[in-house]
Ligand binder design. Structure first.
Ligand SMILES: Nc1ncnc2c1ncn2[C@@H]1O[C@H](COP(=O)(O)OP(=O)(O)O)[C@@H](O)[C@H]1O
Ligand SMILES: O=C(CO)[C@H](O)[C@H](O)COP(=O)(O)O
Length: 528
């Protein structure tokens, strides 16, 4: 009997990963290939979309080989990616978004903050679309990046024929379809999926982007997550090592795939879903909660309608640099170096020893405010800065370990900060479902429970982001009646960790310090 399989593609900040899954959600083969990033200036970060497509093709071929599945048995594929902005010309060719002028750099990476002034302008417009992004435009969304492009690289803007969120670019490369996903447009392009009209053209007029639709080739309607947008083209099938029979599903931003991967089991359970938070924690951290009714409030992105599960509203908070911050601390410290797996593991081991020697209050006077790349939520302040308080002349490896530990504490307290904002505004969250690179960090996994007081669930699925995208691919391929059914059938469950109640007092104190540091940092900024 022939079995049906799906292919999931996840493009993160540093690499493209592909997985082959069966209809029970089991990951049968996985492969990864790095992607390049260009940093011509502080706050500028660029990808090469052709390099990304090549990395995707390499990863898909290798994953299929590892899974030992025949190409014709892979009946669906979908893509998730970071919310980076791809710019292509009228002929579909690459167009430079770089001050260097090199055409290959045609993608502004999500973490690029070049458009911070344009983001502020959008916020100052006070337009109604802001009610659906937490009241403040982030430079990590697409509208300010497009404004920057039009003002600073008019040549590129005038030649532009296609503007895509990265996940939509990948489905276009795969099929030639101009469909855009309800996830990408709602979360990053101010599309209002809950309204019949969707786009608010007057907003684009107000911010000087009246010609956006002409430049971008954007559809009037977004495609629901998991909608079948067509078959693989002959060229894409050849490049990916799949067949033209393979259906392609409207994809999602990477964090949203993670939300499906860890919360998909609650699809259809509207009573309980509001108690659960997805924490997709990698280079950055995204926290996502879903509810049957919209929960709008300042400082948390959304509410977005149908951006992950159908008919549910989604609120997204997050921290712009978390894994990236720990990596930065390692590179920055004199006793550090390259933040590879061995370095992270060596530091984590030493922290465990130091906590035995110095006690649980290790480096208790060292405090970190983790906003080294702004504060995504709940302050929604891209201008926010990081702070370290309590330094000495110690430059030993142990001092790096202490700083790493206290930075990890601050990252977990940042999650608590967002969580409290969600719970003050209608959610009743008591469980965190964590996925992404942080699950490889035992210190963070312990802290996510102890510093927040929540139950932490670590998914049994090796790669919950790939699982979420696999659910979307299976829906598009018609293997399930809808996305909810695919999520329930393919979910993998998780193992649970309860918070250590004896640690609560220590982290309550750290949290009071954390809030005070926010206040003091703002007070310093206000001194003229
Ligand atoms: N073996 C590891 N041990 C500890 N931390 C890790 C490890 N591997 C990755 N990380 C952390 O996870 C982050 C990358 O997360 P990941 O989810 O893999 O990437 P992306 O954000 O690109 O999707 C790194 O910045 C690092 O801090
Ligand atoms: O803004 C996003 C989601 O809304 C970005 O796509 C995300 O933060 C990037 O994620 P990663 O940490 O996996 O690189």
């Amino acid at each position: 009997m022939t079995k049906s399989f799906v292919c999931a593609v996840d493009v993160g900040t540093g690499s493209a990963r592909a997985g082959i899954l069966d209809t029970r959600g089991t990951l049968l083969g996985r492969a990864e290939h790095p992607i390049v990033m260009n940093r011509p200036k502080a706050d500028h970060a660029e990808h090469d979309s052709q390099d990304i497509w090549s990395a995707v093709c390499i990863a898909v071929r290798a994953a299929r080989e590892k899974a030992g599945v025949a190409a014709q048995d892979i009946v669906g594929i979908s893509f998730d990616a970071t919310c980076s902005l791809v710019v292509r010309g009228k002929d579909g060719g690459q167009l430079s978004v770089s001050v260097s002028g090199e055409r290959r750099w045609d993608t502004i990476v999500w973490l690029d903050h070049r458009a911070i002034a344009e983001a502020d302008e959008c916020t100052e417009s006070g337009h109604a679309v802001l009610d659906y992004i937490g009241g403040v435009m982030s430079p990590e969304m697409e509208t300010p990046k497009l404004m920057w492009l039009k003002r600073n690289l008019p040549g590129t803007w005038n030649e532009a024929g296609y503007l895509f969120d990265l996940a939509d670019f990948l489905s276009w490369k795969a099929t030639g379809s101009l469909a855009r996903s309800q996830c990408t447009l709602t979360a990053k392009w101010t599309y209002l999926a809950h309204e019949e009209t969707g786009w608010r053209h007057d907003f684009f007029q107000a911010v000087g982007l009246g010609d956006l639709f002409e430049r971008g080739n954007l559809p009037n309607k977004a495609s629901p997550v998991g909608a079948d947008i067509g078959r693989l083209s002959a060229q894409a099938a050849a490049e990916l090592g799949l067949t033209e029979q393979c259906r392609v599903g409207a994809g999602v931003i990477d964090a949203y795939a993670g939300a499906l991967g860890v919360l998909g089991g609650f699809a259809g359970d509207e009573t309980n879903i509001g108690r659960h938070l997805a924490l997709i924690a990698g280079t950055s951290s995204c926290v996502m909660a879903m509810s049957p009714d919209p929960q709008p409030f300042a400082g948390v992105w959304g509410p977005y309608y149908g951006a992950a599960l159908p008919r549910l509203w989604l609120s997204e908070g997050g921290q712009s640099a978390t894994g990236a911050l720990l990596d930065h601390i390692i590179r920055w410290h004199g006793a550090g170096g390259e933040p590879d797996a061995a370095m992270h593991a060596g530091i984590a081991r030493r922290v465990v020893e130091l906590r035995k020697i110095d006690g649980e209050n290790l480096a208790g006077r060292l405090h970190v405010l983790p906003d080294f790349h702004g504060n995504r939520s709940p302050l929604a302040d891209p201008h926010a800065l990081g702070v370290i308080s309590g330094l000495t002349l110690d430059s030993s490896f142990d001092s790096l370990c202490k700083l790493y530990w206290r930075t990890a504490v601050s990252i977990a307290l940042g999650v608590r900060h967002v969580l409290e904002a969600l719970n003050e505004n209608g959610y009743l969250i008591d469980t965190l479902h964590v996925t992404g690179g942080h699950t490889k960090n035992p210190l963070l996994m312990e802290l996510y429970a102890d510093a927040t007081g929540c139950t932490v669930v670590e998914p049994l699925a090796d790669e919950a982001v790939l699982l979420g995208t696999g659910m979307i691919a299976a829906t598009a391929a018609g293997l399930f009646p809808d996305l909810n059914a695919a999520c329930v059938a393919m979910q993998q469950g998780g193992k649970t960790r309860e918070p250590n109640s004896t640690a609560a007092g220590r982290f309550d104190r750290d949290y009071r310090v954390f809030l005070e540091m926010h206040r003091q940092r703002q007070a310093l900024d206000a001194i003229r």
